[in-house]
Write a protein that binds this ligand. Sequence first.
Ligand code: FMN
Length: 209
Amino acid sequence: MTMRSIALDTLPDDRVYKILCSLVIPRPIALVSSLNAEGVVNAAPFSFFNVFSEAPPLVVLGLQHKPDHSAKDTTRNIQASGEFVVNLVDEALAEAMNVCATDFPADMSELDAAGLTTAASTRIAPPRIAEAPAALECRREVALSFGPQRELLIGRVLHVHVREAVMNERFDVDIEAYRPVGRLYGNLYTRQRDVFAMVRPTFKDPRNG
Ligand SMILES: Cc1cc2nc3c(=O)[nH]c(=O)nc-3n(C[C@H](O)[C@H](O)[C@H](O)COP(=O)(O)O)c2cc1C
């Protein structure tokens, strides 16, 4: 098989973005709700997102700055308050999530434009999005700056809200009830409908008979 060989350091940033983001797919989407000093609830999607560990329970978010190098509202709010909610995105929430990616001014709540409502969080001030199938209340653990354009935010998950139909009391997830949406690249997304199982093998040492 002939392989394409690409040296990233010869390419402009937008090509590197295209290559990495179209190969590392699908990525989960965090619809992040945060609060500004005036009490306006901000919501924006981030697909440079994943869970990192369970002890401690950490999530990571890649926050890009605006072309003029100023911080996005989400970044500014988390810098100021250290608190945010990761709302997970299902098929029913996908279109509203996309509306939340609009570059509204800071004093306008994306939630109103997207027709979404909030529910109070348990441990932090920013509310969760009531329509989300699951929500992670997070506190900033550390933020690393990578030049004028990028910040890597690591957040500690303090509290989880999940629909009972999505997760039972043994914490098993019903993927049919959950219907999460993943991001592919550009304007493309994916449903998680084609699921298959594999049992993980364990090594049996032939020397032990
Ligand atoms: C599916 C999706 C994923 C996105 N992922 C990111 C991301 O990982 N990092 C980022 O900085 N912007 C990402 N964006 C763009 C932000 O959502 C967008 O800039 C938004 O307007 C920021 O809002 P804010 O200024 O209210 O924080 C994404 C947009 C979409 C639609």
